[in-house]
Design a protein around this ligand. Sequence first.
Ligand code: G6P
Length: 498
Amino acid sequence: MVVSNREPYQHSHAPDGRITWAPTTGGVAVALDALMRERGGVWIAHGSGDADRDVVDAGDCVAVPPDSPGYTLRRLWLSPEEATQYYEGFANEGLWPLCHEAHVRPIFRALDWDTYQTVNRRFAEVIESELPDRSAPVFIQDYHLALVAAKLRLREPGVKTALFWHIPWPSPDRLRICPWRRDLIAGLLGNDLIAFQIDRDRRNFLAAAREALGLEVTRNTVRMGNRIIAVKAVPIGVDYDRIQQIARDPAGETEMARLRQELGLDTPIVGVGVDRLDYTKGVLERLDALELLLERRPDLRDRMTFVQIGVPSRSTLPSYVDVVEAIDRKVADINARHGSGRGTIRYRKSALRIRRLVALYRLANFCVVSSLHDGMNLVAKEFVAAREDEGGVLVLSEMAGAAQQLHDALLINPYDVEGFASALEQAIDMPEDERRRRMHAMRRVVAGRNVFGWASDILEGLARLNPRSLPPVPGRAPGGFERKSVTRARMPREVKPS
Ligand code: G6P
């Protein structure tokens, strides 16, 4: 059983009255969907699409992916006040800026915290009602659901849960900003296993458990009462094989040609950036570096196009509105000052489906990930997975968790505009043998730690804590998942793909 705030598929009403569906974006949904399509099971999440209620059965379930069902999505409904206070408020105005050092002030309101606790309890109730048996592992995701395991354990003391914290965990000093940090840590310690992206996060969490709650910790455990909780760093990966398969599909050539035409790409050099429109992603810093590059190298004005895909996100929050407006202004300004008929910046504000995304990665000479702070950043790994031609250069912020693994990227500091611009120039001018060597090395890393290996590490880690809690899977390669196990998928009422 997987539990997250964001659902993997949303249904909505099209203007012509039809019901359409689309996969959602963001690291958690993409990574876990791959896992669930392989493994089957039940995924519990907030139903936030405007037609979500129209397609569920009497138990609030719908089979997904809607075009080839593989697992069950159990939707949980939130009132508008709950969504505002728990999701927008505590999770995204409080915890998100607390955990990401991007100079946005965390806002903590008592009402948001109350509602966060209520909603976490409601998730726990739904998990309890959906648990097929008490030994079924429950895999909880991210900062929206920090208290779920503790609330579930009150109702089902024998339950086995792991939580993956997808974003950075703050240092003890920064964590002190949160008035309810002790409850937050205690809530997380309701899990049997807590996993983080990188070692720094694991260390910060252990320090917080020791300093804020005075608990006894070792290198990878916390003792709370008579329970021992495992704490690990398990970096998340992407569905490497699927991305490779898409990249190898001959239909990709047509998709690339279509993209070139739609985006008006007729320069010899193409760069790409793909981000949720979030202030942590360093899009403004990237634009500053591109501008400086164009000033230094005017010859690039009609030889280079930079495609920026921005996926709207959390758009009701002022901190997001501000960054989106600033990006709009900056893009317009750069295009006005440096735009030629052929080159400069093409900015598209919408999500791309995976096939188009892979085509875009494949036609790019370089990809830029310039986060100011990021748990992992799966765009970096997706770009590498898509480059089975071993072409393309990854320019990667050293503030992203991915930089701990992808040492052969061109690592940049997004705050150092001169150094950043030089790295872009180096990416553009990189000799082919160096490009291949770097990409080859990064592909080995990304292939070696895919999303299934990540999930296996966590769920097998959970099983090892109590060997009877997970039945052995016959015929499975060590450390890997078998293909498709029991699925409780139920067929939806008629839904036409968009
Ligand atoms: C990050 C978070 C996820 C979240 C995603 C998209 O990757 O770690 O938990 O789902 O952003 O954000 P959203 O607010 O749209 O769910």
